[in-house]
Design a protein around this ligand. Structure first.
Ligand code: HEC
Ligand code: HEC
Ligand code: HEC
Length: 284
């Protein structure tokens, strides 16, 4: 008798678990994250983007190998195959966990074919080798770029007291306050808030240089400045339609453009970093 209850209980628990999994199935997605060993080949752990530069070399070498095999120029082919071999093997030196991703057999056969001046065999192996590049890229390229090369705003502060996110929230409030006050005919408050927004943008603009050292970004740009003054005029004298249009233009130029680059990518990066530290935690 007792056993029956016990089995019934088990069945119920199983059903609940299955139900939970089913409910969440559309909310879970699995991405392969690159091995932690990769970090040492990127800034800030490394001065240069070593991993990426090795990849650029590989692409150039693959192109040269194909070219000289087609041209049937044995000597130059030999030279480039040597370099390709070196940088292909370097992948596993840098990230040992990725040794199994390499097609060492294909690389060896490509070398052999080049030594034998068997140009058509070189071209066949070249094609197979390219598939090993593609397979790894399929899984890891986008994720790696996002993890290690996307601008990181964690260290960016507006002042000692005001965080970047807090500043973002006050900018948004100002934009909306202008809209609300203009709609409700409170011209004075709308104009006063516009002055604050302008100041807030100038302050935000001072943070760009933290990262954009050579490629200076002027924020607010000339286009933003002229929209700001056009908005000022329309808040004073214009119709609701003109006000709405100027505010919309400003939001696109001053907020949405940068979000398209920075907020989008940084948001993804934050998710990945969290995921990785969780994976680390489990491992240890
Ligand atoms: C074991 C994995 C792996 C293998 C094998 C591999 N790559 Fe990559 N490759 C990567 C990763 C990861 C990135 C992303 C790096 C980044 O964007 O910072 C990348 C990026 C690149 C890029 C830069 C793409 C761009 O324009 O930003 C090139 C070019 C490239 N690989 C060429 C090659 C070639 C050619 C081969 C084969 C001969 C190859 N790779 C083999 C992992 C691999
Ligand atoms: C944490 C570092 C960092 C900060 C702060 C930063 N950027 Fe960037 N920005 C980058 C990097 C790195 C790139 C190159 C693309 C990428 O990897 O995201 C970039 C790319 C861009 C781009 C697109 C490419 C281009 O050159 O046109 C724009 C536009 C841009 N940033 C605007 C700004 C503005 C405006 C500010 C200040 C309000 C700013 N960024 C602050 C690091 C930063
Ligand atoms: C550097 C380019 C840049 C510019 C210019 C910019 N933002 Fe942002 N914004 C970001 C980034 C990056 C984040 C994500 C911050 C984070 O997740 O910590 C963000 C996040 C936000 C958020 C969400 C804050 C939160 O609580 O998560 C709001 C709201 C916002 N921005 C409003 C604005 C408004 C309004 C403007 C224009 C007046 C603007 N931003 C201009 C980069 C920018």
């Amino acid at each position: 008798m007792r056993w029956r209850y016990f089995i019934l209980l088990l069945v119920i628990i199983l059903l609940i678990v299955a139900g939970l999994i089913y409910q969440h199935q559309d909310k879970v997605s699995l991405v392969k994250t690159p091995p932690i060993a990769l970090a040492q080949w990127y800034k800030p752990e490394n001065k240069r983007q070593v991993w990426l530069h090795n990849m650029f070399k590989l692409r150039r070498e693959m192109q040269a190998v194909e070219f000289y095999a087609q041209q049937q120029e044995a000597e130059l082919l030999h030279k480039w195959v040597g370099q390709l071999n070196e940088h292909y093997l370097k992948v596993a030196d840098m990230v040992p966990a990725w040794q199994k991703k390499l097609s060492l057999q294909t690389m060896a056969e490509l070398k052999l074919a080049s030594d034998k001046k068997d140009f058509s065999a070189v071209l066949v192996q070249h094609k197979t080798l390219q598939q090993s590049c593609d397979a790894c890229h399929e899984d890891y390229q986008a994720i790696t770029a996002l993890t290690y090369r996307t601008a990181d705003f964690r260290g960016i502060k507006i002042t000692e007291k005001i965080s970047f996110t807090e500043h973002m929230n006050s900018l948004t409030k100002q934009v909306n306050q202008i809209k609300i006050s203009a709609q409700d005919g409170n011209k004075y408050l709308a104009l006063a808030t516009l002055v604050e927004l302008n100041q807030g943008m100038v302050t935000l603009g001072e943070t760009c240089v933290d990262c954009h050292k050579k490629d200076r970004k002027t924020y607010p740009s000339e286009a933003m400045k002229s929209t700001l003054s056009s908005l000022q005029v329309s808040l004073e004298l214009g119709t609701a339609k003109q006000q709405g249009r100027d505010l919309g233009t400003l939001a696109v130029l001053a907020c949405a453009r940068c979000h398209g680059t920075h907020r989008l990518a940084y948001g993804m990066k934050k998710k990945l970093i969290n995921k990785q530290s969780l994976a680390d935690l489990i491992k240890h």
